[in-house]
Design a protein around this ligand. Structure first.
Ligand SMILES: Cc1ncc(COP(=O)(O)O)c(C=O)c1O
Length: 472
């Protein structure tokens, strides 16, 4: 009899033995049984499977069966951030079937709560299972048919991601670019919309790679003037910076939980209005195996992804409850709780907390003799770019010492900014005074060891002074 190691459900992997020839299955079974006896664990039985065929360094057999016990970290990078404990608790409630009336109620409640976060009356405010880019992909794949013109203003890495996703939908993508560290004026966007006459304008609100925040209040009206739809990726900015879906005439938007919403990555809230619904209707095709009688497919081009088909997802989230995927229930509970946390604090109060905390962090960094990155009038309120001083020869060493010695994660950046800036996040649950002070004090110590001596205590003192001035 195999001895079952604590926490390891040996029988779960029955398919491991059925998806191969009987000879291989017998060999696998022999190894499995040996590996799970205490004696075998102490001798040199090696797994034919766990090492795979890869040349990558492999974990030892003891390591792979270790209990999961990650070091607690303070996540002050550009996201993910530490998850609000209430959200973790919500994720561990018992699961229900996806058509359990109570569960569908929870789905409806989640939609209602997220209307509040997105500041919209859009009926279609729902969750896409997957990381934040699943939300982007669902919106763009469903809104853009092959050959449709898409305009993407790029001011950082995530603009390039929008181009990449729009191209894969076979859209005819045109882009305009500005320097990393700057944003677009409404005039520049209007000129491009006028010149290219896109069907969809896709843009990021906060591009975490550069820490810049694109003003959007006027872009919706520009798009309406030229009959374009406006899609916004607000993954990194939502709930830390003002975002007004309806008031700014944004047709579709998507986000994630792992930034200012203090949740884990894995589900992407989206919202879209009737203008988008009109574009989806002719593209609607219902999967054969779940098709109720009387359904007539649209005569437009089929949406190229089944998983990200917003038209079919409307039937799943709407009163028809037509089966699509199996909802990621624990992630739904997380999304519901994240919205409750944010709305419970009050959106305005949350924005103010992000503004104040960033102001304190920035004052501290400047007092330490560091320069902040990018256009000062268009910084996100939840992540700060810091120019790495020339005296620091190994910027990644500073980051790893922050992590190893102080348990604090800060970020680097991508593309032209890699090795040039660090990014320090103050988002959601992490966005508070003691974390700013911990970060500044630790950074001062680590930088001193790496040949950049800031005036002792200046960072913390300057941050404290900001809180003092504002009576916080
Ligand atoms: C602005 C923006 N958009 C999209 C993404 C992609 O998110 P994910 O990695 O969850 O797919 C990120 C992630 O950092 C982001 O900052």
């Amino acid at each position: 009899m195999p001895i079952r190691r604590k926490n390891f459900p040996i029988n779960r992997d029955e398919e491991l033995f059925t998806s191969c020839t009987p000879r291989v299955a017998a060999a696998k079974r022999l190894w499995y049984e040996r590996a799970f006896t205490p004696i075998a664990r102490n001798c040199s039985v090696s797994s034919p499977f766990f090492s795979g065929r890869s040349k990558m360094p492999q974990p030892s057999r003891d390591e792979i069966f270790e209990d999961l016990d990650p070091e607690p970290r303070l996540l002050m990078g550009p996201g993910p951030v530490n998850v609000y404990p209430r959200v973790l608790r919500a994720m561990s409630v018992p699961l229900q079937g996806q058509f359990d009336p109570q569960f569908t109620q929870h789905m409806a409640q989640t939609m209602a709560l997220w209307r509040g976060v997105f500041r919209t009356r859009n009926t279609w405010t729902m969750m896409i299972d997957g990381s934040a880019r699943a939300g982007i992909e669902a919106c763009l794949t469903s809104m853009v048919a092959p050959g449709d013109k898409v305009l993407v203003p790029i001011f950082g890495r995530f603009g390039h991601l929008l181009v990449e996703i729009a191209r894969r939908t076979r859209g005819d993508v045109v882009s305009i670019e500005t320097d990393w560290g700057a944003v677009f004026t409404p005039d520049a966007i209007e000129a491009a919309v006028k010149a290219h006459k896109p069907k969809v304008v896709a843009i990021c609100q906060g591009d975490t790679s550069t820490t810049m925040l694109q003003p959007l209040a006027e872009i919706g009206a520009i798009c309406r003037k030229y009959d374009a739809l406006l899609y916004v990726d607000c993954t990194a900015s939502l709930a830390g910076n003002a975002f007004e879906t309806d008031a700014w005439q944004i047709d579709a938007a998507s986000a994630g939980l792992q930034k200012c919403l203090s949740g884990p990555p894995g589900i992407a809230p989206v919202t879209f209005n009737e203008r988008v619904e009109e574009v989806l209707k002719p593209r609607k095709h219902v999967e054969q195996g779940i098709r109720p009688p009387g359904i007539v497919d649209g005569n437009g081009p089929i949406i190229q992804s089944n998983y990200f088909d917003l038209a079919m997802l409307m039937d799943y989230w709407g009163p028809k409850r037509l089966n699509h995927h199996t909802e990621a229930a624990s992630m739904l509970y997380a999304a519901r709780e994240c919205a409750r946390v944010v709305l419970g604090e009050g959106l305005e109060q949350g924005l103010e907390r992000h503004r104040l905390t960033s102001a304190a962090l920035r004052a501290g960094l400047e007092a330490m003799g560091l320069a902040l990155f990018g256009d000062a009038t268009h910084r996100m309120a939840n992540v700060t770019g810091v120019v790495i001083p020339g005296a620091i020869k190994e910027p990644d060493k500073v980051r790893s010492e922050m992590l190893e010695d102080f348990g604090i994660e800060i970020g680097t950046s991508f593309g032209p900014l890699h090795g040039k800036i660090w990014r320090i996040g103050t988002m959601g649950y992490v966005c508070k005074r003691q974390n700013v002070l911990r970060c500044l004090a630790s950074l001062e110590t680590v930088m001193r060891r790496n040949r950049f001596a800031a005036p002792a205590g200046a960072g913390v003192d300057a941050a404290v002074a900001v809180y003092g001035q504002e009576g916080a």
